[in-house]
Design a protein around this ligand. Structure first.
Ligand code: TXA
Ligand code: MG
Length: 317
């Protein structure tokens, strides 16, 4: 069932009876449930087939709610929250005692963000509890950026609140703390450079080895089911392509070339924010075309390009 933005009461009712609901955000669609309901949280893990030790992000609608959720709010976390909330920033902070272990995968920290989408903020305001929401895709698959992507995955298993296409297009940037020092756990919709403008240099720690319990940091993630290769330059892949139906994902340039069955151009004008917004939609389309392979070209490795290349690397492991 797809609910329009004018059917907010129905969305509220679903969450109040501790059922799950897919919700739009500015990054990707989330699979939402009451953080205090064991039933709702268990259903999220079950639907996604997600391991129980992979923690969820708690979504709030105003900063005052933090008192209910966390023990500490370090000065640099506060600076980041003031600059980027509502928005695609997730902060990992020491968890308060009333946050259930099921939500945090048994960790003593909790991930939190305030999403930047009016319909979702209105929904959160009408609920007497915060919601946990991982991306609304089965474990290891491409995150959904439209209501149709969600129903493509889950069919009638849950209702979706339709908020249109996600304007950011990839997940939030996750920042945790080592003492007072910010650490970047997941590259995302806010570039590393923008974070550093606010709090100075941050260390990236997003590899599976150093953070084994975090799915966004797992090597294989965000993956299409079609075999996907990553390259600096698609021309290098010519020998692999012979006799095959091939799709190309490229940053900019032409969308026609007889060598390929289909080409997705992420940003005709070469804009990294536009490319980020189009990334998952393009991967979903290519993956639905019954191709033999997808070739993805790396984008320039600056600003949001780092986040796009990170997702492409994980999609092609
Ligand atoms: O943009 C987003 O963040 C979307 C929308 C729906 O808000 N949500 C999202 O959730 O991407 P999910 O569950 O797909 O990714 C959550 C990431 C995982 O990589 C998880 O390991 C990390 O957050 N995470 C959650 N709690 C954590 C914690 N306490 N410590 C370290 N990482 C944590
Ligand atoms: Mg996810």
């Amino acid at each position: 069932m797809v609910l329009g933005p004018d059917e907010l009461e129905k969305a509220v009712a679903i969450l109040k009876k501790n059922d799950v609901l897919a919700i739009p955000t500015e990054t990707v669609y989330g699979l939402a449930g009451n953080i205090y309901s064991e039933e709702a949280i268990a259903k999220i893990f079950e639907l996604k087939k997600r391991p129980l030790n992979n923690p969820l992000i708690v979504h709030l609608h105003k900063m005052e709610q933090l008192q209910e959720i966390v023990k500490e709010f370090p000065p640099k976390a506060k600076l980041l929250a003031e600059r980027f909330w509502p928005g695609p920033l997730t902060l990992v902070l020491k968890k308060g005692d009333n946050v259930p272990d099921l939500v945090t995968g048994g960790k003593d920290t909790v991930a939190i963000r305030i999403p930047d989408l009016p319909v979702t903020l209105a929904l959160l305001e009408q609920l007497p509890f915060p919601i946990a929401a991982p991306s609304a895709n089965p474990f290891n698959r491409i995150s959904p950026t439209s209501a149709a992507h969600v129903t493509g995955y889950f069919h009638d298993a849950l209702a979706v609140l339709d908020g249109g296409s996600c304007k950011k297009g990839i997940e939030s940037t996750i920042i945790g703390f080592d003492g007072e020092e910010p650490v970047l756990y997941r590259l995302g919709s806010i570039s590393k450079e923008s974070i550093e403008e606010t709090v100075g240099e941050v260390r990236i720690q997003n590899k599976a080895k150093s953070a084994p319990n975090a799915p966004g940091m797992m090597k294989k993630h965000y993956a299409p089911t079609t075999k996907t290769y990553l390259t600096e330059n698609a021309k290098e892949m010519a020998s692999l392509m012979e006799g095959k139906k091939v799709g190309l994902l490229r940053f900019t340039g032409k969308s026609e070339d007889p060598k390929y069955d289909h080409i997705e151009v992420l940003s005709p004008s070469g804009d990294l924010a536009e490319a980020t917004a189009n990334l998952y939609g393009a991967l979903h389309r290519l993956d639905s075309m019954k191709l033999d392979m997808i070739i993805a070209e790396r984008v320039p490795n600056i600003g949001l390009g780092l986040s796009i290349n990170d997702r492409l690397e994980r999609a092609t492991q």
